[in-house]
Design a protein around this ligand. Sequence first.
Ligand code: NAD
Length: 508
Amino acid sequence: MNAQVHIRSVAAEIGPLLQRLGVRPQAVSEGDLAVTSPVSGERIAQVKTMPADEVGTRIERAHETFLEWRKVPAPRRGELVRLFGNELRAAKADLGRLVTLETGKILSEGLGEVQEMIDICDFAVGLSRQLYGLTMATERAEHRMMETWHPLGVVGVISAFNFPVAVWSWNAALALVCGDPVVWKPSEKTPLTALAVQSLFERAATQFGGAPEALSQVLIGGREVGEALVDHPKVPLVSATGSTAMGRQVAPRLAARFARTLLELGGNNAAIVCPSADLELALRAIAFAAMGTAGQRCTTLRRLIVHESVYNALVDRLKSAYTSVRVGDPRESGTLVGPLIDEAAYARMERALNAAKAAGGVVTGGERLSAPGAGAYVRPALVEMPQQTDIVREETFAPILYVLRYREFEDALRIHNDVPQGLSSSIFTRDLREAERFLAVDGSDCGIANVNIGPSGAEIGGAFGGEKATGGGREAGSDCWKTYMRRATNTINYGNTLPLAQGVRFDL
Ligand code: NAD
């Protein structure tokens, strides 16, 4: 194969970058886990994994820490998160670049991911003074009823490769102000960014003075380490981000010990383009949502449902965007699409395109642009489908956009919701009734529903997550903090009598 992308080596820049981020050279040179950069296919580090039987000791330490940290006033806990946010600000350029080197996302998205961490820290600092409980009206005279929110315990975080640091921060920033230590098992594909974040956190903890020792820990390893975290009785909440297949394994184990779950699993996100849509705006939104991050966001646009009256106008322009978009070294300005995470991801993309073709799909793009072993660079694929077949209902974690045609709005909604996943969704329309219908009870069944913007690129202020096979969890803003705390309802009698609720009499 003739390589059509030219990639500079990444090996030389990794060492200095890690050093500036405070990661010890021995931590990344002498281990058993090989780390490969998707940018060049080079091996860039050897990281030490944790034996699964050591996980329990780490969790016990985190639990001891919890017993202290829960008594620190929440605004003081917020001060630690504020300092950590400052460290992130100072290290944004380096950490963002490391995200790019380890995941292959373009530099502006690598930096955007770190900005998202900074944003959630700011949010959490404010929240540390707003962990409000309600006071409720009571039916009994001279009584008061209220709710109190207490820290929950050790929070386990399992994260996916594609947002190697932001997902942890959505959980950790909130958990820490809520009074909970965090034990993090990052993806085995992205341990370097996790080690860098841990080192930045330790800098903040030193400045804070008096932070208990095991507030944040990283457990490098694969599935067995994740399972040990999931099964440990002193982890009352596990927030797990990854594929639906992973969620299916993790959820029953957590349910068996009555632990809380926060599941952020796969998506199969769609957009409906209506006859009145602003096609110029829709085109730009679709291009970013479908091709950005090389199709490796949970919120990537995977299905486009277009009204027949605007189908040709939109799809012709999209095809030209697909054939001209710049695919290449994610460090170069002008590149919009970097590599897939690895060769296995490319193989899955190829299989999906073959299945789509066998089901009558017509493919534009999808060609491999690099030699095997030199990064999995591929042109994003736009696939016109005669109908929503089985392969369209699956999440293939690659830049494939299936395009479907509709005539009646009700059909568009039916196609939209007729997939197992329920993460994110969009409608492009200037018709108020269509927009409102999409957001209404019988409209989109997703956790995120947007109008005239694409399904990806969420802000931290809103609750993030989805329904059905996406797992039902919610992270980041709004009132998601409640997941990290336990609620006690308190009733206080300040009178001299003992009236019983519901008028019950029990007179001795
Ligand atoms: P993955 O499921 O292969 O791995 C995710 C994490 O789960 C890794 O850390 C892995 O080691 C761990 N894991 C796997 N099996 C486990 C088990 N049995 N017990 C405990 N831990 C286990 O996912 P991936 O390839 O890294 O990421 C891509 C997937 O993640 C896509 O499906 C994407 O949609 C999803 N994702 C979802 C969100 C969201 O917020 N909904 C965000 C990012 C990614």
